[in-house]
Design a protein around this ligand. Structure first.
Ligand SMILES: Nc1ncnc2c1ncn2[C@@H]1O[C@H](COP(=O)(O)O)[C@@H](OP(=O)(O)O)[C@H]1O
Ligand SMILES: [Mg+2]
Ligand SMILES: [Mg+2]
Ligand SMILES: [Mg+2]
Length: 357
């Protein structure tokens, strides 16, 4: 019997790898074609281009699947120079391996087809059927700042995440590298030391491998690091204070007798770092009463950490619920940690947030 979701996994890994290749080209450009969206958040030509390439591969293999993706093409339809800049990137980005490129369905025919592909990510999500969640660049602010970012893809079936893939071009390849926020000294070029592809299928464990430019590289099984002494634990959180309450996380760390300062890192690279034992705890504490986390910001990372032996819940201790639409409308915040200590962390979170019963 074939391994469940083997094809979805392979398509997702290669699609993320190809999209990451496009984002790396933009990362090294001075001009990233940044425009701001109606919610004042930034988006670059890399976000749009990566979304087009990923959706092209998904449509080729799974044409009747639904897609929830962060970006939309409306702004591009009214801005021909921006559209053409993105089209040039998309047209010229492919995997080095001809078989892998052909497997993804080959080239997008023209700029209009590219816009239509980007707009295929408008599903409202929900509890029924096969729905992909795409964050073409998670951590756009990190991407613009020269820090960490991630190309994120998850597949939900009836609201339950079955496949998760994260491409992290700026994380060290070495799973044992200590967790640092910066992207490695100037000596580390892209090729030699950076770029990781994390993936997981529900019930089949989690892996990491070097992010390649062609066929998939050799994978290794990964797992969270067992924490014996909480006071020496490393906890990570957003760089952006607008995305997570950093004073509350400091209070929680204090309650847990954690002495090391937090590692502030953009994007779902935090989930990947936990899954391979580089970080121990991830705290994402609400900064507003009304903000609802997007499903594309968490679907892949949630599965990868849980398949690596971690536990991921919101601040009340409930699992993240991906079945209610484009947002985690029934959750508040995120707490991720090795399963053995998650209960202790949640207790401290609830005391500081005043949620304890
Ligand atoms: N008020 C808020 N609270 C939590 N997350 C927020 C937020 N405003 C924006 N975000 C999300 O935070 C994501 C980045 O997370 P992190 O801080 O861990 O890097 C952004 O993803 P994008 O960069 O894809 O837009 C965005 O979706
Ligand atoms: Mg965004
Ligand atoms: Mg995001
Ligand atoms: Mg994004």
């Amino acid at each position: 019997m074939a391994t469940p979701y083997a094809k979805e996994l392979e398509v997702a890994q290669l699609a993320v790898q190809r999209a990451a290749r496009l984002t790396k080209r933009v990362f090294h450009e001075k001009a990233k074609g940044t425009v701001s969206k109606d919610d004042k958040s930034p988006v670059t030509i890399g976000d749009f281009g990566a979304q087009a390439l990923i959706i092209a591969a998904l449509r080729h293999h799974f044409p009747s699947d639904e897609i929830v993706a962060e970006e939309e093409a409306a702004q591009l339809r009214a801005d021909a120079p921006l559209r053409d800049q993105i089209w040039e990137l998309v047209r010229t980005t492919r995997l080095d391996d001809a078989d892998a490129e052909a497997f993804l369905g080959g080239a997008i025919p023209d700029a209009d087809a590219m816009l239509d592909l980007i707009d295929r990510g408008s599903s409202q999500g929900g509890a029924r059927g096969r729905i992909w969640a795409i964050d073409p660049i998670d951590g756009t602010k990190g991407f613009l700042r020269g820090g960490q970012y991630a190309v994120c893809l998850g597949l939900m079936v009836d609201g339950d995440v079955k496949v998760g893939v994260l491409g992290c071009p700026n994380l060290p390849v070495d799973d044992a590298a200590p967790l640092t926020a910066d992207i490695g000294g100037a000596h580390q070029t892209d090729e030699e030391g950076r770029g990781v592809l994390f993936s997981a299928v529900q019930g089949q464990g989690a892996t990491s491998r070097p992010l390649g430019a062609g066929a998939l590289r050799e994978a290794k099984a990964i797992s969270v690091k067992p924490v014996t002494d909480l006071s020496s634990a490393t906890f990570c959180e957003s760089v952006e204070s607008g995305h997570s309450n950093q004073s509350e996380s400091a209070q929680i760390a204090q309650k847990l007798n954690i002495t090391k300062p937090s590692v502030r890192m953009d994007s779902q690279a935090k989930y990947g770092s936990l899954a391979r034992g580089a970080g121990d705890i991830y705290l994402r504490l609400p900064t507003s009463k009304t903000y609802q986390e997007k499903i594309w910001d968490h679907a892949a990372g949630d599965l990868i950490v849980r398949e690596a032996g971690g536990q991921v819940t919101d601040t009340t201790g409930s699992r993240l619920d991906f079945s209610v639409g484009r947002t985690l409308a029934s959750n508040k915040g995120v707490v991720a940690a090795p399963a053995a200590i998650h209960g202790q962390v949640i207790k401290a979170v609830q005391e500081v947030l005043g949620l304890s019963k």
